[in-house]
Ligand binder design. Sequence first.
Ligand SMILES: Nc1ncnc2c1ncn2[C@@H]1O[C@H](COP(=O)(O)OP(=O)(O)OP(=O)(O)O)[C@@H](O)[C@H]1O
Length: 242
Amino acid sequence: MPHRSEDAEVVVRRLVVAYGHRAVLHGVTARIPRAASTVVVGHNGSGKSTLLGAIAGVVRPVSGTVERRDAGRPALVTQRSTVPDTLPITVREAVSMGRWARRGMWRRLSRTDRAMVHECLTRLGIQDLAARQLGELSGGQRQRALVAQGLAQESDLLLLDEPTAGLDTKARECIAEVLAEVTARGTTVVQATHDLTEALRADHCLLLRDGSLAAEGPPADVLRAVRNRAGFPGTEPEWAAS
Ligand SMILES: Nc1ncnc2c1ncn2[C@@H]1O[C@H](COP(=O)(O)OP(=O)(O)OP(=O)(O)O)[C@@H](O)[C@H]1O
């Protein structure tokens, strides 16, 4: 199991994050193994999104550190698009925005960029939706488009906040396969999830409880207590009860 310090893509130390005066992460220390998949689990409000945001550098900690092995910008796929629904933007354009980190916002996409955008659309099964407005899509279609945008960034570190929430089985499997592929190619993938089946497939697991790290390690070990309590397989375990 690759979670020794020297194999880590990210090392988080004594991380404290607050919104206003309210601390929501209370000194979290954790390692995220390189070129492997990590799941972050825990009940609603336990701090999963906040931890991903802090690792991505979009949430500033009060104290503590986030050390990255690679210098490149992480790709963060959030639950909600940063593009407002009212902005007239096609699915292809939204996915193309994933290339901005490499190309710059104002430069034309190269043939390689366009090929990557096409590949990401195809891989997520949304090539037929490429010309549709992002704001017109169903929740599941939109979620696939956001994952495609994250993939298009070709970052060494891909962070996803509940990428399969609300998706049907086929879409969930599609995303799981895509994430397994990019992990096998050497990307470090971290996803917050409430899906126990998905969590058990990962290489590494962080269990958050009320803003603190309750457990870290192989998912089967971390989730054993949760699994026993929830009944396996289950999709809505009571993380907090373990
Ligand atoms: N922008 C914000 N302003 C104020 N408080 C926030 C903000 N975002 C999150 N919080 C609070 O921080 C805590 C952790 O929230 P966070 O979204 O990180 O949890 P989560 O584990 O991702 O939850 P969920 O499973 O519901 O997505 C919660 O108490 C939440 O109310």
